[in-house]
Design a protein around this ligand. Structure first.
Ligand code: ADP
Ligand code: MG
Length: 249
């Protein structure tokens, strides 16, 4: 079996007396969607932030593409291919879809804002941005202003921006949040295909989406992984039912 793309080993992170991440070891494998579920305050976002590099673990390691990145910066990890979807607020809402993706492509090429105008006419960057839009199915919206996109399309746009970095893995923290049921269904379908581009570590509360998408699921409760397995394993696990799933299983 191939090495995992992403792996945490024994990650610990406390905030004062709160142990937000308690000895967490998980791995993300090629071609898979690995869902991370658990109640509010379980430590899901804290774990994701230690993987992106936004938070420094107290102890433990993060390996990405077989390299130890535990002390690498957020931007170094991003350049190495660790993609994450951005918050909606990161979109320039008055600009067009294509302009937003181009901004991402400029960042991917190591550029900065002052090169914005020339970048608009840079064929290589434009091609990279247009390619990302094709891959998320937004090519025909290239000239649409972001503020007239549906919530679901905005999420697709965020993925397009992340794709300009040519990610080798994706981290997504509650991408379905704020979407209605149609939007969630649409995004679920879209994520189905995305795992072939790069595996996804997916934090999500929407259990319909999780059960439809996940190749494997890890359940976090009080900072600890209480179970990891397939959808069937997790749905039938009595500890998980008691701690989190209740009736939804
Ligand atoms: P989840 O994403 O699963 O809802 P979080 O990772 O956001 O959980 O939070 C885990 C625990 O850590 C919670 O008890 C939360 O209050 C605490 N926590 C998270 N971030 C901080 C912080 N920056 N400072 C203090 N406590 C925090
Ligand atoms: Mg969270």
């Amino acid at each position: 079996m191939s090495d995992p793309i992403l792996q945490t080993k024994g990650l610990n992170k406390s905030f004062g007396a709160v142990c937000a991440t308690d000895d967490v070891s998980i791995d993300l494998r090629r071609g898979q969607i690995h869902a991370l579920i658990g109640p509010n305050g379980a430590g899901k976002s804290t774990l994701i932030q230690q993987i992106t590099g936004a938070l420094k673990p107290d102890s433990g390691t993060v390996h990405f593409l077989a390299k130890d990145v535990t002390t690498a910066s957020v931007s170094a990890r991003a350049r190495a291919g660790l993609g994450r979807t951005f918050q909606i607020s990161a979109l320039a809402t008055e600009d067009t879809v294509l302009e937003n993706v181009l901004l991402g492509a400029i960042g991917a090429a190591g550029g900065i804002w002052q090169f914005w105008k020339p970048a608009m006419n840079n064929k290589g960057l434009r091609a990279r941005a247009e390619d990302a839009l094709v891959r998320v199915g937004l090519a025909d919206q290239a000239q649409t202003r972001c503020d007239s996109l549906s919530h679901g399309m905005r999420r697709q746009l965020e993925v397009a921006i992340a794709l300009t970095l040519r990610p080798r893995a994706f981290l997504m923290d509650e991408p379905m949040a704020g979407l209605g049921s149609d939007g969630s269904k649409q995004l679920t379908e879209f994520l189905q295909g995305l795992r072939d581009d790069a595996p996804i570590l997916l934090v999500e509360h929407d259990m319909d989406a999780v059960f439809a998408l996940a190749d494997r699921i890890s359940v976090l409760v009080g900072g600890r992984v209480i179970a990891t397995g397939t959808v069937a394993d997790i749905r039938s696990n009595p500890d998980v039912q008691q701690a989190y799933l209740g009736d939804t299983a």
